[in-house]
Design a protein around this ligand. Structure first.
Ligand code: GRG
Length: 293
């Protein structure tokens, strides 16, 4: 299947489901629901939910079975963006091509909209039936681990504490693995779980997600220095301004590009045991690498 066609169809499916899972903007407290919808339905790339559906399909499952889990990871991801943009964190005023949540709704409502998106993620995930190899409790624990203090939040803490400090390549890998690769990998694992995949395939997809997540973050770091804010839909050049350790800052642009290519190739090798059903996952990995022009 053609990747653009696949992405357009799956993104449409995800957008429709996301809109249904979150209370309407008119529902009390209306400001909160408006803020949740403002950030969630602001048209991000939907990379994590698309990967969730594509992983389900690569394992012979159906996108429709994985859809609630895809929406759940997107809610967690959007919460993390809202909180990351707050003045007490990265202090950003531009995200997904529009002013950040706290700029529009104020800090209090932005914090609460993030809290509510994190909470609704688990309500949505709890709607799946669970599968013979992966009962509902295992599915919920998967999402909780990726979002929790050892993964996503650990990455954010290390990132915060690393500002204006001399971090090395090992510290940077620690941050990337947790802040970016953990939720991305979990999106893929959740999709695979919805297809009741074998433990061997789940392991292979975990390796795929880890390499892809690292590649994605290296590319994101490159784009931060090579692209404009308009093109990115978020403030460019923030990493340098905040004195952050990034891949290009430590290794330079050329080595960073080589590393992104190496990690993408590594992600491809993890899919060796999969047939044509995983072609979309392979195509997504190649497509992400092309973002770095
Ligand atoms: C606040 C707990 C907490 C965590 C925040 C997501 C995050 C951790 C920080 C945002 C900054 C950043 C560079 C994170 C790394 C992951 C990343 C590249 C996020 C942006 O994801 P995209 O590009 O965004 O997929 P869209 O808007 O397309 O969904």
């Amino acid at each position: 299947m053609d990747l653009n066609h696949y992405l357009a169809e799956r993104v449409r499916m995800i957008e429709t489901a996301l809109s249904r899972h979150v209370p309407p903007a008119s529902r009390k407290p209306a400001t909160l629901h408006r803020a949740m919808r403002y950030s969630l339905l602001a048209g991000g790339k939907r990379l994590r939910p698309v990967l969730c559906l594509a992983a389900a399909e690569a394992c012979g499952g159906k996108a429709s079975a994985a859809l609630p889990l895809a929406c759940a990871v997107e809610c967690v991801h959007t919460y993390s963006l809202i909180h990351d943009d707050l003045p007490c964190m990265d202090d950003d005023d531009f995200r997904r091509g529009r002013p950040t949540s706290h700029k529009v709704f104020g800090e209090g409502v932005a914090v609460l909209a993030g809290d509510a998106l994190l909470t609704v993620a688990f309500e949505i995930a709890a709607k799946v039936p669970g599968w013979p190899r992966y009962p509902l409790a295992a599915v919920i624990a998967e999402l909780a681990r990726a979002s929790g203090s050892l993964q996503l939040i650990a990455g954010q803490v290390a990132d915060l504490e690393g500002e204006r400090r001399d971090l090395g390549a090992g510290d940077l890998r620690f941050i990337h693995l947790r802040k970016t690769a953990a939720l991305l990998t979990s999106s893929i694992r959740l999709g695979a779980m919805s297809a009741n995949t074998t433990p061997a395939r789940l392991k292979a997809l975990t390796l795929f997600g880890r390499s892809l997540g690292l590649a994605f973050q290296v590319i994101d770091d490159i784009l931060d220095v090579t692209q404009t804010s308009d093109k990115l839909g978020k403030s460019a050049g923030k990493d340098v301004a905040a004195g952050k350790a990034t891949y290009p800052a430590i290794h330079g642009l050329e080595k960073s590009r080589a590393e992104a290519r190496r990690l993408t190739a590594e992600s491809g090798r993890a899919l060796r045991g999969f047939g044509r059903d995983a072609d979309i996952l392979r195509a997504i990995a190649a497509y992400l690498l092309q973002r770095d022009y």
